[in-house]
Design a protein around this ligand. Structure first.
Ligand code: FAD
Ligand code: NAG
Ligand code: NAG
Ligand code: NAG
Ligand code: NAG
Length: 358
């Protein structure tokens, strides 16, 4: 069995979604994931467990971002309906407020697919809010959902998983069978040897994990220079995530006491039910969104693999910023399609190697 013809570097939500799309298309037995961190781990260099996570209008307004969101939303809504409890995803009522009017193009795109999308009448908006919507969002228990994906990839599909840190991009070409390497390295894309991408930068967030069994809706407010949100964690026995921050270029892993206070006062003002003896703060965390100027990079690149004395295909898929959970499946579909086009592998288990495709 050639289980090393497709290698994915990274087991965050981006790498896991790439593996899922490959598995769904019949390539599981040829796929290997290599990652320094796996679901279950916590590190400031592993962003995925720190996400809220929800689907929100936070993403950019370019065509790619809008399309990835739409594919991601439909995928997650379907998963919530079919296997929500095991996958730790749930359809949840949500309200979003903007202090400044968001782009019409983005609202029109969201209105076209979000379930129960409604614009809130002006007179019902809180003070200082210019625009608001209600819709059905998807809330995701980020660490448990990542764990679910890994288990499914391993046990349902038989994807091989190796824990290892690689020193540069071409070490993903494990042996002569490796035809394509997916680069899903998150924040490491800035520094990892190979194609150091200067457009990448971290966007720090601090969040609070609280127990508040009485909260069952998601609320967020996009301010000019702040982000405030309350997101219930599905199938967690009543935990909610309170946030937050969007600090461009900041990479400190510490949690800051004043930020904790600010999160508490902002979320309580936004959702007064939180201000109750039933709300218990359990912990504060910081995470670094892997951001990139111009948006995520999903693109193929042919490189020379010196150790193998031939060319190889790398498919980049990093820079998901604050949207890896909501857009990750859509990004994975594009990444896999780009690889298949490049490789001209039309059939699963095709014997064609990259050399004949190049
Ligand atoms: C506070 C906060 C809230 C968020 N909320 C949301 C939300 O509600 N909705 C949403 O969609 N998104 C949200 N996000 C964003 C989301 O978490 C990220 O977009 C996503 O986790 C990025 O995933 P990734 O797979 O690119 O990176 P990561 O999860 O960081 O994974 C990177 C992987 O690459 C591996 N790796 C890196 N370098 C190497 C190497 N040299 N060798 C081997 N392995 C390597 C790592 O070990 C890891 O497995 C939030 C983020 C934060 C911080
Ligand atoms: C995180 O990654 C950076 C850059 O690669 C490294 O310098 C740092 O030591 C890592 N931190 C931890 C806690 O692993
Ligand atoms: C809600 O979602 C957006 C993007 O989907 C994300 O950036 C934001 O941080 C989320 N809030 C939480 C608590 O995860
Ligand atoms: C991934 O891409 C980034 C940016 O182009 C590069 O710095 C890094 O070396 C690549 N890593 C891997 C493992 O492919
Ligand atoms: C949310 O909780 C309130 C009060 O506990 C309840 O009346 C309402 O039906 C719940 N809504 C959903 C969608 O579960």
């Amino acid at each position: 069995m050639k289980s090393e013809s497709v290698v994915i570097i990274g087991a965050g939500i981006i790498g896991l979604n790439v593996a899922l799309v490959l598995a769904e298309r019949g390539y599981a037995s040829q796929t290997t994931i290599i990652a320094e961190h796996l679901p279950g781990d916590t590190s400031i260099n592993y962003t995925s467990p720190w996400a809220g996570a929800n689907f929100s209008a936070i993403s950019a307004s370019d065509k790619n971002a809008l399309r990835w969101d739409k594919i991601g939303y439909n995928h997650l809504l379907n998963l919530a309906a079919k296997d929500g409890e095991r996958a730790f995803v749930r359809a949840t009522p949500s309200t979003e407020y903007w202090d400044e009017m968001p782009s019409r193009m983005k609202l029109d795109s969201m209105a076209s697919y979000l379930k129960d999308y409604k614009e809130i009448p002006k007179k019902e908006l809180p003070q200082g809010v210019a625009f608001g919507i209600t819709f059905t969002t998807i809330t995701i228990n980020a660490p448990m959902h990542a764990h679910y994906l890994l288990q499914r990839l391993r046990h349902q599909y038989g994807v091989q998983v190796i824990r290892k840190k690689v020193s540069d991009i071409t070490s993903g070409f494990l042996n002569k069978d490796t035809e394509v390497v997916f680069n899903c390295t998150g924040n490491a894309a800035r520094s990892l040897k190979g194609v150091e991408d200067p457009k990448c930068y971290p966007t720090r967030g601090q969040i609070l994990l609280a127990k508040a069994t009485h909260i069952n809706q998601s609320v967020m407010r996009h301010g000019k220079d702040y982000e405030t949100y309350v997101i219930p964690r599905p199938y967690s026995k009543g935990n909610v995530i309170l946030g937050g921050y969007m600090q461009k270029g900041v990479s400190t892993p510490d949690t800051i006491g004043e930020e904790t206070k600010s999160i508490l006062s902002r979320t309580k003002a936004m959702l007064p039910e939180l201000d109750s003896p039933d709300t218990e703060i359990l912990a504060a965390f910081a995470g670094l969104r892997p951001s990139r100027e111009g948006g995520a990079r999903v693109a193929s690149e042919i490189v020379q693999v010196n150790d193998l004395k031939r060319k190889g295909l790398i498919v980049h898929n990093y820079g998901a910023g604050g949207t890896g959970f909501q857009a990750g499946y859509g990004m994975a579909v594009d990444a896999v399609e780009s690889a298949l086009v490049e490789l001209q592998i039309l059939q699963p288990n095709s014997a064609r190697t990259i050399r004949s495709a190049l």
